[in-house]
Ligand binder design. Structure first.
Ligand code: GRF
Length: 208
């Protein structure tokens, strides 16, 4: 018997490597989601071309067209999501701060991946800041999206070592990204199965 696949959208702004890992996971017959829409706020996001090359619906909703009216941009995004029958959103390198319009509309149905062990290093330049802070463990976090930036409840984390004498920020970014690609599909699966949160350690903490 085939499982029901939740129709999801992935929101990107750039190259979309996490998007690729989610697409690959969703292509598995027993994965509980299917990618029905990829949206970007940038027309030249590399991930759009890749998604289109697979025959996926992938569209840009450029924020520039809406000037400073963030909510109007989000209304346009929300309309596309509804029209495509989307039930769940994965932000994957989507570089726009969201307003309460979208976070309230999709509360509990929108998750994000962030390249640090939250609550450490919310925002940008996380790898540089981890090196500056001298932490010996760094990583990535999948969390629910709320109005506060990178503040929503944590679903899953993966940790990597930091080698302070050798690592550059790029080294660290590459090490973390490998784990992001493993963590994001696992966290999505856990949330859709209703076990997102902290039901068991198994899928939720990856230490490499
Ligand atoms: C990732 O590091 C993700 O954690 C952060 O933005 C980056 C996006 O990379 N939110 P990609 O576009 O998925 O390759």
């Amino acid at each position: 018997m085939s499982i029901r696949k939740t129709p999801i959208a992935i929101l990107i702004s750039g190259r979309g490597s996490n998007m690729r890992s989610l697409i690959a996971a969703c292509a598995e017959p027993d994965f509980p989601a299917s990618v029905e829409l990829v949206l970007s706020n940038k027309e030249d996001a590399g991930g759009l071309d890749y998604a289109r090359s697979l025959g996926l619906r992938a569209e840009a909703v450029p924020h520039r067209a809406f000037g400073k009216d963030r909510e109007a941009h989000e209304r346009a995004i929300d309309a596309r999501l509804k029209e495509a029958g989307i039930e769940f959103i994965c932000l994957a390198g989507y570089m726009r701060l969201l307003t309460p319009f979208l976070t309230d509309a999709w509360a509990g149905r929108m998750i994000n991946i962030h390249p640090s062990l939250l609550p450490l290093f919310p925002g940008t330049h996380t790898h540089e800041r981890a090196l500056e802070a001298g932490v010996r463990i760094h990583g990535c976090t999948v969390h629910h999206v709320t109005a506060g930036m990178d503040e929503g409840p944590i679903i899953a984390q993966a940790a990597v070592p930091v080698f302070p004498k050798e690592d550059t920020a790029d080294d660290l970014a590459a090490r973390v990204l490998v784990q992001e690609h493993v963590l994001y599909p696992a966290a999505l699966k856990a949330v859709l199965a209703g076990t997102g949160g902290c039901a068991s350690n198994e899928d939720r903490l990856l230490v490499v």
